[in-house]
Design a protein around this ligand. Sequence first.
Ligand SMILES: *[C@@H]1O[C@H](CO)[C@@H](O)[C@H](O)[C@H]1NC(C)=O
Ligand SMILES: *[C@@H]1O[C@H](CO)[C@@H](O)[C@H](O)[C@H]1NC(C)=O
Ligand SMILES: *[C@@H]1O[C@H](CO)[C@@H](O)[C@H](O)[C@H]1NC(C)=O
Ligand SMILES: *[C@@H]1O[C@H](CO)[C@@H](O)[C@H](O)[C@H]1NC(C)=O
Ligand SMILES: *[C@@H]1O[C@H](CO)[C@@H](O)[C@H](O)[C@H]1NC(C)=O
Ligand SMILES: *[C@@H]1O[C@H](CO)[C@@H](O)[C@H](O)[C@H]1NC(C)=O
Ligand SMILES: [Zn+2]
Ligand SMILES: [Zn+2]
Length: 598
Amino acid sequence: MHISVFLILAFNIFLVSCHNHHNEIPQIISHGVQTLQTTRTVPQRLSSAVKNITKIPDRKLANDIFCQSCELVFNQIIEYRRGGANRDSMITYFQKLCRLFTDWGGVACDGYINIEIDTVLFIIDNKKDLTGFRVCAIAFQQKTCKDPNMKKWTVAIPPPRRHAHHQHNHHKAAPLKLLHLTDFHYDPLYQAGSNAACDLPLCCQQSNGPPSKPSNAAGFWGDYHVCDIPWYTITNFTSYLTQNHANFDLVYYTGDIISHRSWATTKDHNVESIQKIFKLFKDTFNTTPVYPILGNHEPHPTDFYSPGDVSPKISTQWVFDLMAIEWARWLPNDTSATIKTGGYYTVLVKPKFRIVALNSNVCFTSNLWLLYDDDDPYGQLKWLVEVLSEAEKKGEKVHILSHIPPGEVLCLQRWSNQFHKIVNRFAPIIVAQFNGHTHLDELRLFRDANNTKKIINVAYNAGSFTTFVRFNPNYRTYNIDTNDYRVLDYDQYTFNLTKANQDKNKSPEWFKLYSFKDAYGLKNTSYDSLADMLNRMSKNHTLMQQYFRFQGRESAPAMASGCSDNCQAKLRCAITAVEADEAIQCQQIKKKTKKSKH
Ligand SMILES: *[C@@H]1O[C@H](CO)[C@@H](O)[C@H](O)[C@H]1NC(C)=O
Ligand SMILES: *[C@@H]1O[C@H](CO)[C@@H](O)[C@H](O)[C@H]1NC(C)=O
Ligand SMILES: *[C@@H]1O[C@H](CO)[C@@H](O)[C@H](O)[C@H]1NC(C)=O
Ligand SMILES: *[C@@H]1O[C@H](CO)[C@@H](O)[C@H](O)[C@H]1NC(C)=O
Ligand SMILES: *[C@@H]1O[C@H](CO)[C@@H](O)[C@H](O)[C@H]1NC(C)=O
Ligand SMILES: *[C@@H]1O[C@H](CO)[C@@H](O)[C@H](O)[C@H]1NC(C)=O
Ligand SMILES: [Zn+2]
Ligand SMILES: [Zn+2]
C-alpha cells in the first residue's frame, strides 16, 4: 500500500516536472555549457537538465531533445575554439564537459582528453564546415540525430552479369577445418585478486587497489566484471589448442587485441601487445596460415583511423605499416600495398577460394575521422567492388572478414547501407562472412529485398575470448565445403569461468557448448534451412531462449536477466538487421501491453 502510493505520487511529480521543462532542456544545457567555459563549477540547473533527458519516457521525444542539446553543445565547443581558445583552455573545458556528461570519472576523462585532444582540435580547425549537426548525426547516430547537409555518397556497383554461372567439379574431399578466434583484448596489467569492481571503464588491474569484498576480487583466469584477459589465460588456451586440435587448415582472427584501457593507451604499448599476440599465433599454428584483420582497439587513440596525409602526431598510419610487417608471416607480399593504404587486403587461398579482409572499423561512429571525411574512407568499398567483380569473372567463392558486423548500430549508416548493397549484388559469390566486435555469439542474415522470406547471405559472429563484459571465453571451429567453400557446420567451445576460477592450479575445462546444425535443428546450412530456422524462431520461444543463452556462452551473469518476449523480439529483429538504421529500429521495439503466453 505504502509503496504504491509513494510510486504514484513520485510518478505524478515526475510527469509534471517533465511536461513543464522538456522544451527548455536544450536551451538550459546550451546556456549552462557556455557558462562552463569560464566558470569553475557546473551550474546546478545544468546538471539537473542533463539528468532529465535520460528520464523522459517517450523514446522519440528523448532522442529529439538529446539531439537538440547535442547540436547546441557542439556548436558551443566549435565556436569557443574558433573564437580563439587555445589548447589549454580547450582541455580545461573538455575536462568539465566530460565530468558532466559521462560517468567515467576524472582519471579516465583526463586520460581520454590527453590522448584525443590534438585530433579533435585538428578536425575543428581544418574541417571548415563542421557543425554541431554533423558531429551529433555521426557520433550519436543511435539517437537518430540528423544532419540535413550530410552528403549521400555512393559506391558505383556494376549491374549483375548475365553469364555468372561457373561449372564446378564436384569432388568429395574432407571439409576444410577453420578456426575462428576473435576479440582477445589482452590486458598486460591484469592482476588476479585486484579490485574487479572499480569505478573506471576497465578494472582488475593492480592500480585499482584491493577489492572491497571477496566477491569483488579479480578471478585468476578472468572475471565477469569490466575486465579483460591476462596473458597466461591466452597461452594456456593456445597450448591446449596445440594438444587438442592439431589439424586446422586455416585460422581467422577477426580483430581487437588491445585491452579496454582506452584512456591510457600508448603507441608503444599497443605495438608490444600486437607483436606479442601475432608471435604467439605463429608459434602456435606453425605453418597453418592465419588471416587477421584489424579491430577498433588496435590504433592509438582507440577507434581512430586517420587519413594517410596528416601530421605524425595525429596519424594512425603506423598501425597499417605495423600490420604490413606482422601479417607478412602469412600473407603474400602483394597484400602489402592495400594494408598500408587502409588496413585491408585480399588473398586467393586456393584456386577458387578468396578471402577479402576488411578494415570495417572505419565505419565505427567513434572513429572521429568520420567527422573530417566519411566518404568511403581509404576507398575501401570501391576496392571491395573491384575485387568482387574480378572474383565473379573468375568464378571464385569469397569469404569476407570484417570486425564490425553488418547492421551494427554504431556503424555509420551510409557505410553500412553501401556495404549492404554490395553484398546484395555479389551475394552469389560471397559464401560466408565472419565478424567479431560485439563479443556476442550472433548471426546476421541478409534477405532478398523483393522476397524477405528468402535469405541471400549469412554473417557468423564468433563471440569473444575476452570476458568483457560478463561472458565466458570462447573459440569456434567450422567445417568448410571444399567445393563451394560454404560453411557446413560449426562447433562453439567455451569454459565455465566461475568453475575455472575455483582452482587456479587446474586448466580451464574447455567443452563444446553446441554444434550449429544440431542446436538449431538444421538439416544443412543452406539459405532455405536458415530461412526455416528464422521462421521457427518466431514461434518457438525455446529456440530463442537458446540463442540468448549462447550469446554470452551460458555464463551465469549474462543469463541472469533472462530474455523476455520483448527481448526475444529484439534479438530476432537484429538477426535480419543488416544496416545500422534497421538495427536502431530493432532496439526501439516496444513491449506489448498485452501479456503473452509462454
Ligand atoms: C614479392 O615476392 C615475389 C616472389 O618472392 C618477388 O618476385 C617480388 O619481387 C616481390 N614483390 C614485392 C613488391 O616485394
Ligand atoms: C527487386 O525488384 C525491383 C523492382 O521490380 C528490381 O528493380 C530489382 O532489381 C529487384 N531486386 C532484386 C535483388 O531482385
Ligand atoms: C558454472 O560453474 C558453477 C560453479 O561450479 C556452477 O554453479 C554453475 O552452475 C555453472 N554454470 C553452468 C551454466 O553450468
Ligand atoms: C594450464 O594451466 C594449468 C594450471 O596452471 C596447468 O596445470 C596446465 O598444464 C596448463 N595447460 C596447458 C595446456 O598449458
Ligand atoms: C539442404 O537440405 C535440403 C532438404 O533436405 C535439400 O533439399 C538441399 O539440397 C540441401 N542443400 C544443401 C546445400 O545441402
Ligand atoms: C523448439 O526448439 C527446441 C530447441 O531446438 C526444440 O527442442 C523443440 O522441439 C522445438 N519445439 C517445437 C514445438 O518445435
Ligand atoms: Zn572487442
Ligand atoms: Zn571491437
